[in-house]
Write a protein that binds this ligand. Sequence first.
Ligand SMILES: *Cc1c(COP(=O)(O)O)cnc(C)c1O
Length: 336
Amino acid sequence: MKQIDLRSDTVTKPSAEMLEAMVKAPVGDDVYGEDPTINKLETLAAKMLGTQDAIFCTSGTQSNLLALLVHCERGDEYIVGQLAHTYRYEGGGAAVFGSIQPQPLDFEPDGTLSLEKVSQFIKPDDFHFANTSLLCLENTQAGKVLPLEYLKEARKFTIDKGLMLHLDGARIFNAAVKLKVDVKEITKYFDTISCCLSKGLGAPVGSVLCGSRDQIKKARRWRKVLGGGMRQAGILAAAGIFALSNNIQRLKKDHENALALAQGLSEIDGIHIDVEMVQTNILFADITADMGSLCDLLQKKGIIIGKNNHLRIVTHLDISKEDIDHTIKAFKEFFG
Ligand SMILES: *Cc1c(COP(=O)(O)O)cnc(C)c1O
């Protein structure tokens, strides 16, 4: 039976074509800069995102951490969303490895950080305070796409305030596809951008950090320090090249599937979904039911979801429209 795993877009398996590209990839020692496939991926990512350079990373967590270490010195501070992945879900790496202090602020309902609030939390140039040096945004944020107009304001704001601007763009291509713009229309406002290859793009492993030549040079040093010098990892980079070359425009299908699922589930008494909020491949549902019994029934039908009553569902390239229909039917059966 096919497994319909809706917990995350990280669960995708490499396709036969992607595996073939991996098997055929020429490799070398990347710590010597000699892996042609990694070099090709880094050149491609930099070109696509419109930056001078890029570096292949083990994960989005590593890629974001490298950015923080590039922008902040010991005793610096960065301003970030209270629920941002970088702050909340990365083990406090900025503090652990960089002695960097976070200043978390609540996200606005649209996934932005209010620049007026950010402005109030920038510390004065006085030795009582940490030195605020970076603003970190997330796009998509819980599936929401940040408006381009906001990004433009954020760029101007950070220049005025003398801050650097980093984007956790784990799902930046979902944002670009949703807005129907070239991804550079988003990335052009940022100093550095982290982008996951292992989410909706379908690669098994890896992220890229994009930025200026000097920033990426500094990131390369930190990546080695963190144990991220990966030698013949061109096998993995080949999956990333395949993903960037083949799996971007199809993200539209994931968005359509998420919306169809949201619409179907919203008809059920006992499930509350704000369908209007479903912009890309992530939806949230509040479920009044015993999650244990719901998960059991779904599992018998090959459907895997999380066990939280505030449920996050994510669509991805291993989920078809038929899987969505099958899932809506299974939920309807449970709720009667
Ligand atoms: C997944 C994710 C990351 C990086 O996660 P890894 O599992 O370390 O690759 C970063 N930011 C956001 C918003 C994410 O969803």
